[in-house]
Design a binder for this molecule. Sequence first.
Ligand code: PRP
Ligand code: URA
Length: 206
Amino acid sequence: MLNLLKHPLLTHKLTLLRRKETNTKDFRETLEEIAGLMAFEITRDLPLKNVTVETPVGICSTQELARDVVLIPVLRAGLGMVNGISNLIPSARVGHIGMYRDHDTLEPNTYYSKFPDNLPDAVVMVLDPMLATGGSASAAISFLKENGAKTIKLVCVVGAPEGVERIRKDHPDVQIYLAGLDEKLNDNGYIVPGLGDAGDRLFGTK
Ligand code: PRP
Ligand code: URA
């Protein structure tokens, strides 16, 4: 299911991310802030468990998170979303999956992975700012499922209809979160209007 998040601050910051004059420092800071703002919505359905704590004044029956959260940034660009979310969920463990899209075939290639051992029990959030053809995200999710992940949320910033459709078809159990749903893909598989190459803009490699 697609969750298109709407908030004036998200819209404002996404505009800054899209603007081609935005430099690497501002891009990095803004992507982190967007991820932090998205965290509020993507965690809305996290289950709670009852606990009792002692305050300086008395006993309080309250609640805390019942399930572990694991963040899986898709390298490279997903790295730019980790801090924004882990600042709010400091207990979250972080795994990594390295994936690049072949420039000619647009097919994803996996070159690295390292996951924490609590994947099967955790709420797993796959982080990647761009959902273009959906090939990378779909392959990352399949790989995580093969490694035991059961509850998976896909957290992207900008998506194309083609990518959303691909995830819906390949992984109907996965919730998709976006801050912007754009018009289409161009012939090179870039999101239009999008924001360009997220990895290059984040790390200043172009
Ligand atoms: C980008 C982006 C996604 C992927 C999206 O990564 O960060 O991972 O492309 O495209 P898709 O939906 O068509 O698969 P890229 O392959 O450019 O790697 P990079 O982050 O290392 O630059
Ligand atoms: N990857 C990006 O970084 N940008 C796009 O528009 C598509 C894929």
